[in-house]
Design a protein around this ligand. Structure first.
Ligand SMILES: *Cc1c(COP(=O)(O)O)cnc(C)c1O
Length: 411
């Protein structure tokens, strides 16, 4: 697609033929017929494969790549990724079941997140996945449950680092946080861990999400390695795993530029020799959610009505914030900005105009595009929200107003 939206980064991942968007090699109009209903999410498996290949090309070959399921837990997507990545990170028993359904062996699955319930811990220990412990209290529960089950639990410590990831969309480390164990408390926890006889794998240090600033990520990688090396001095067993998080961002909004992945890869190449010398048994892991799937997905809804109100044009659609909270601007945005939105069956169109795309919910928050330029559209045309493969359906309040949930397809 040529750059019809100069304010957004050029989005070239899906070809356009006869002015119709193609996904998975299928013209959108045909895909809508195949799916049979709107709205729906469609994810392009080839794009996911290509994204993993791009990462493999730029990251050091001995780094393991994990998929953080919460970005997109659709079972078909999880299964597809299981054949491409080295492991998965889960944050609930439900996500753990999805990961255990794949070909991955349980010790390639790690379970992070605060507030794990006893039932979840028990399932995880029984399954043999690695528990990223978020507190000293959680460690005590894990040890007790392990004893009860007659299994030595596999554990890592999730560390709340003593530094922050700059320019991150969502900070998840540094300062006071509900996530992980404050770095300064880790030595005491390691002493206790030894007494409890847990099977210690290493550390998990996740600093934040949706970061497009390669320099900030490079800096955090360097500091994460240093912290891992420092904390390892107090460990009773060799550190076998250092999960350095992820947080690689994708361009969504006007002014966003794609992440400079080569720079991040080169920096990691430079950093690897020292960490491997100081921690000879270590496996470095990067865990990514959004970066693997966001750009491979679209959300498709149908225009129900074209409406004029005091000079402004509204396209009222059958989709909205109940399916795609993030595109409405209500999932972590401070100031609402438009996602890239196009008319999928007439990408350029013959005429262009400024319109707002809204959903069927009785709330002014139900906006998918606010005064954006797009092809002139009318009832039955197809609105497409790009960059929708991550934090879409399962991050949305689907029960709100009682409309049916959207379908998901992997093409
Ligand atoms: C959410 C989360 C991720 C995934 O973050 P992305 O920004 O989607 O890559 C990875 N690890 C942990 C611990 C998380 O909570």
């Amino acid at each position: 697609m040529n750059n019809s939206y100069p304010e957004h980064a050029p989005l070239v991942q899906f070809p356009v033929q006869d002015d119709c968007l193609q996904i998975g090699g299928i013209p959108l109009i045909r895909l809508v017929q195949r799916v049979g209903v709107t709205p729906f999410y469609a994810y392009d498996r080839q794009k996911i494969t290509e994204r993993v290949a791009l990462l493999r090309q730029h990251l050091p070959p001995d780094i393991h790549l994990h998929y953080a399921i919460k970005a997109n837990p659709m079972p078909a997507v999880v299964q597809h990724l299981a054949n491409l990545v080295d492991g998965m990170d889960v944050a609930s028993a439900g996500e753990m079941r999805a990961a255990l359904d794949t070909v991955l062996s349980p010790d390639r699955i790690s379970f992070a997140g605060p507030g794990k319930k006893e039932s979840e811990l028990r399932c995880a220990i029984a399954a043999g996945v690695i528990l990223n412990m978020e507190s000293a209290q959680e460690m005590e529960s894990i040890a007790q449950l392990g004893e009860y089950l007659g299994i030595v639990p596999k554990v890592a410590i999730r560390v709340n680092p003593d530094f922050e990831l700059k320019s991150s969309g969502m900070k998840m480390g540094g300062g006071p946080k509900p996530f992980g164990v404050d770095a300064e408390q880790v030595p005491d926890m390691l002493t206790r861990l030894r007494a409890l006889g847990l099977d210690f794998f290493g550390f998990h240090i996740f600093s934040g999400s949706q970061n497009l600033n390669a320099e900030a990520i490079q800096q955090v990688h360097a500091r994460t390695f240093q912290l891992g090396i420092r904390l390892a001095e107090n460990a009773s067993a060799p550190v076998r795993m250092l999960n350095i998080g992820g947080g690689f961002g994708v361009p969504y909004f006007p002014g966003d530029r794609a992440l400079n992945l080569p720079a991040i890869g080169e920096n990691l190449q430079r950093l690897m020799p020292e960490v491997k010398q100081k921690l000879p048994d270590v496996q470095i892991v990067i865990e990514l959610g959004r970066y693997l799937v966001a750009e491979a997905g679209i959300y498709v809804c149908r225009v129900l009505e074209r409406k004029l109100s005091r000079g402004q044009i509204f396209l009222v659609t059958d989709g909205g914030l109940h399916h795609h909270l993030a595109a409405s601007g209500n999932f972590g945005q401070v100031i609402r900005k438009n996602y890239p939105v196009i008319i999928g069956n007439r990408v350029q169109g013959t005429k262009r105009e400024i319109v707002s795309v809204v959903g069927p919910l009785c709330t002014p928050l139900d906006v998918l595009a606010d005064q954006m330029q797009m092809a002139r559209a009318s009832a039955d045309d197809l609105v497409v929200v790009l960059q929708s493969g991550a934090y879409g359906l399962t991050a949305s309040p689907t029960a709100f107003l009682g409309h049916p949930a959207p379908v998901e397809v992997l093409v």
